[in-house]
Design a protein around this ligand. Structure first.
Ligand code: C5P
Length: 222
């Protein structure tokens, strides 16, 4: 695998709906980094499993991942509650994580030339995918706040779901993600903990920007 030298690498881990995706997007735009929301890949696989239950095999998956375009990951279908839950189930499987792993490495270490680096968010980014990241963050928020944020997001998309259903689903996913044997969600010692419960998106972005800017020169390089 090609590894570009002197690029900025940001790794973010977080439980569901803590605001990591939004933050990663804002940071990527500001620092001109290539952004990958790795949860979307697991969601895409979960979607394939639901849509093509009879075709779902290693080879089928490998070919789908190989031809995967970033626009495939932008589909709103991937945000539904059943896709979310299925994603937290299939992501426990070693064979699936292996396929996703190499795909992620390429994004992290060899982002397209027009970008100054990469920013990935997920569950195992800080210790498995980019252990040598220049900046590592663990983003969290209390569970009720996370559920409310996801509930509002789904409501905006006209999804018929109650707050309590969303809360239950997030609790189940947390349980799966934190307790699985392979690549569980955890905060590494070298990650900075950011609790977004009482922070607006902007306040959270500015807090992290301040931390990053301290390590960059006036040209925005490491
Ligand atoms: O981040 P998001 O909620 O979209 O992730 C969906 C699911 O994909 C998570 O609940 C988790 O089980 C799985 N996931 C993972 N490892 C990652 C990113 C997501 O296991 N790096």
């Amino acid at each position: 695998m090609i590894r570009r030298k002197n690029i900025i690498k940001i790794a973010i881990d977080s439980p569901a709906a803590a605001g990591a995706g939004t933050l990663a997007k804002l940071l990527s735009k500001h620092y001109n980094l290539f952004h990958l929301d790795t949860g979307k890949i697991y969601r895409f696989i979960a979607y394939l499993k639901i849509k093509f239950p009879n075709k779902f095999s290693q080879n089928f998956l490998k070919s789908k991942i190989k031809s995967l375009k970033t626009k495939d990951l932008a589909s709103k279908t991937l945000l539904s509650n059943n896709v979310s839950y299925e994603a937290s189930l299939i992501s426990k499987k070693k064979s699936i994580r292996k396929i996703v792993h190499s795909f992620q490495l390429n994004f992290a270490y060899n982002p397209p030339k027009k970008y100054k680096g990469s920013c990935l968010d997920g569950r195992d980014i800080t210790y498995k995918i980019i252990p040598d990241a220049d900046f590592k963050f663990y983003i969290t928020a209390n569970i009720k706040t996370r559920a409310l944020r996801r509930f509002k997001e789904l409501r905006k998309q006209n999804k018929k779901i109650s707050y309590n259903e969303v809360l239950k689903s997030i609790k189940n996913r947390d349980k799966n993600d934190l307790n699985r044997k392979i690549s569980p969600l955890k905060k590494t010692k070298d990650s900075l903990l950011i609790n977004t419960t009482n922070l607006t998106k902007r306040a959270c972005f500015l807090k992290i920007k301040k931390i990053i800017d301290k390590k960059l020169d006036i040209n925005g390089n490491l």
